[in-house]
Design a protein around this ligand. Structure first.
Ligand code: F6P
Length: 337
């Protein structure tokens, strides 16, 4: 009988609990025992774990966040932390670990696998959809739906007040949320990290809308976007990576004279009930991850390709950020005038 561990690391997101639930269900079917490792890799640094059973994991598929807790550990870890993780893993009697997380959590999994042949299987989570090697990570669909609803709500108030509203969404390195939520919410301008913002072009587009009788506009911007001629360091922002929304709004007001407001959606995008898509994807990934342990597919991660669950090397997922879909970007340009 195998003993397997499961952990959730890095930023939380809706859908994590559906993976945990699926891992426990599938593991029970295989006759395995599942240990829940608390707060990501930190739980193995501190040996903080508990057995998971059907009772603990029932009724959680619709719950946001993670019943295991999470923490942010940034790779590469110190040598002694790596050793502690490995020693505590050995001492626990576990045969393998399922690491559910984004770039940082999976990079640590890969480092452990390389250094100690650590038997780990990854499950990709990212509201930003920033991981390569999979068409979608779970969490993204929920974030897009939340952001879309917010855009809809901000639309009506922008229209009533004849204002520009800048909506800042998450997405440090990639513009997936801005692009998809912007398209779904009918944004007039979508600005993403992949293309530096030309502020004169933005002002021109807004003026042209006004001249057509549209006295309001909706701009969706990713938190990681950059304005040409400005560095992100000068944007300020302590807890957040930058204040791009604020800077954009002040430059727009300066250039056009149009009254402008900013809404930063922030962690709202990561909270609450997962969509059906994310629940199902999390469930599919959880079941497959247990099968991968049975098959000995370590150092690999579950992945969705053409709506089929497969697996890829974790290395492939963390090597570079997932590029946005160029077709969607092209389509967005049709509406940006
Ligand atoms: O990596 C996911 C993410 O939600 C990013 O989009 C965002 O920049 C970051 O996490 C926020 O991190 P924290 O919750 O630590 O402030």
């Amino acid at each position: 009988m195998k003993k397997i561990g499961v952990l959730t690391g890095g930023a939380d997101c809706p859908g994590l609990n559906s993976v945990i639930r699926a891992v426990v269900r599938k593991a029970m079917q295989e006759g395995y025992v599942v240990t829940g490792i608390k707060n990501g890799w930190m739980g193995l640094v501190q040996s903080d774990m508990r057995i998971l059973d059907l009772r603990i994991t029932s009724g959680i598929i619709d719950r946001g966040g993670t019943i295991l807790g999470t923490s942010r550990l940034i790779p590469p870890l110190e040598e002694d932390q790596m050793k502690t993780i490995y020693e505590n893993f050995k001492r626990s009697g576990m045969d393998a670990v399922i690491a559910i997380g984004g770039e940082d959590t999976l990079k640590i999994a890969l480092d452990l696998h390389k250094q100690f042949s650590f038997p780990v299987v990854g499950v990709p989570k990212s509201i930003d959809n920033a991981l390569s090697g999979t068409d979608y990570a779970f969490g993204f669909d929920t974030a897009v739906n939340i952001a879309t609803e917010c855009i809809d709500r901000l639309h009506t108030t922008a229209e009533s007040h004849h204002r520009i509203i800048v909506i800042e969404v998450m997405g440090r390195y990639t513009g997936w949320i801005a692009l998809e939520a912007g398209l779904a919410g009918g944004a007039d301008i979508i600005l993403i990290p992949e293309y530096p913002i030309d502020i004169d072009q933005v002002s021109k587009t807004l003026r042209s809308r006004h001249s057509r009788g549209k006295s309001f506009s909706i701009i969706v911007v990713s938190e990681g976007a950059r304005i040409e001629g400005h560095t992100n360091a000068e944007l300020g922002g302590t807890r957040r990576i930058s204040n791009i929304g604020e800077l954009l709004a002040s430059l727009i007001e300066e250039n056009t004279g149009y009254e402008t407001r900013v809404s930063v959606l922030g962690h709202i995008q990561r909270g609450g009930t997962p969509t059906a898509f994310d629940r199902i994807l999390g469930t599919r990934f959880g079941v497959r991850a247990v099968e991968m342990i049975t098959e000995g597919q370590f150092g690999k991660m579950t992945s969705l390709k053409d709506n089929r669950v497969r697996f890829v090397d974790i290395e492939q997922a963390v090597r570079k950020h997932k590029e946005i879909n160029p077709d969607l970007y092209e389509i967005a340009q049709v509406f940006g005038a």
